[in-house]
Design a binder for this molecule. Structure first.
Ligand code: CP
Length: 310
């Protein structure tokens, strides 16, 4: 049914894969979405493949989504959490992963706070590596599921105006989305306080708009990001209340703009800060569709990379 044709044996970031790779993943995900909506959701595709989910940072959606994707492909799954591991006794990343691999693991899904941790591992170990988020760098499967969700809702990504609102400076979701949307032919604009928009951003082929109303009037899709207080060593904004006043998206603001705008959010949502509940829980929002699509997209990534195991 499927072809294993990805150009890389790892998924380290969207920057390193082609438009053809992305389209193959999205097309394969569409097949898997049909599978996971059947009464019998499991397929034997990854029987005898062992996958370790190695998480050095907290996660709800990505971790559960990968585990479900792996189990629905009939893979053997082991879960590792840094907080309950020997990392707290001083073990290095490479030693930790090599010990896991010594137990005959074929693929590693990893989230790590250090940008580039996956690149480092890919130079030292044989298993396929999937980046489930590396610090402020990339979150490739989030961008893929976001692109899938836009395509599902609007028919195509090409030519659509996609706005990314919020803490662009600290967001791996923003960076992976920019690479992915650019490769798929969307137009991308970012919006947020000047302190949370990195100066290099226009060199990635995106425009900047600081006025949220103008930005919303322009877009077909608004992908709303949270303020990442846990990554801020200095104060980039005076207060969350002020951020919400100037950049928060609520029903009254959207109603005052005569346009159908698809609202997305990668989660976790800070309700009442970047997004009001009267939008997050409305028909404009496809947030839970994103979560559902995440399983199908991750099944596609695992399936296609597993064709390159060994
Ligand atoms: N979107 C996302 O990465 O969510 P988690 O941090 O819960 O995995």
């Amino acid at each position: 049914m499927f072809q294993s044709q990805l150009s890389s044996r790892h998924l380290l970031g969207i920057k390193y894969i082609s438009r053809e790779d992305i389209e193959l993943i999205l097309d394969t995900a569409a097949e898997f979405k049909e599978v996971i909506n059947r009464p019998v959701k499991k397929v034997p595709s990854l029987r005898d493949v062992t996958i370790a989910n190695v998480f050095f940072e907290n996660s709800t959606r990505t971790r559960i989504s990968f585990e479900l994707a792996e189990r629905r492909l009939s893979a053997d799954v082991v879960n590792f959490s840094a907080s309950s591991s020997s990392v707290s006794k001083g073990e290095t990343l490479l030693d930790t992963v090599n010990n896991i691999l010594a137990m005959k693991v074929d693929m590693v899904v990893m989230r790590h706070p250090a940008p580039g941790a996956h690149h480092f591992l890919s130079r030292h170990i044989d298993a396929n590596i999937i980046n489930a988020g590396d610090g402020t760098h990339e979150h490739p499967t989030q961008a893929l599921l976001d692109a899938y969700s836009i395509r599902e809702k609007l028919g195509t990504v090409e030519g659509k105006n996609v706005l990314i609102v919020g803490d662009i400076l600290h967001s791996r979701v923003a960076l992976s989305n920019i690479f992915c949307l650019n490769k798929l032919g969307a137009k991308v604009k970012v919006c947020g306080p000047p302190t949370l928009i990195p100066k290099y951003i226009t060199s990635l082929g995106v425009e900047v708009e600081h006025d949220i109303r103008k930005a919303l009037e322009w877009c077909d899709v608004a992908n709303v990001l949270r303020i990442q207080l846990e990554r801020q060593d200095i104060r980039y904004i005076p207060s969350l209340r002020e951020y919400s006043l100037y950049y928060g998206i609520n029903k009254a603001l959207l109603d005052s703009i005569n346009k159908d705008i698809v609202i997305m959010h990668p989660g976790p949502i800070n309700r009442g800060v970047e997004l009001a509940s009267d939008v997050a829980d409305s028909g404009r929002s496809i947030i839970l569709d994103q979560v559902e699509n995440g399983v199908a997209v991750r099944m596609a990534v695992l399936y296609l990379l597993a064709g390159k195991v060994g």
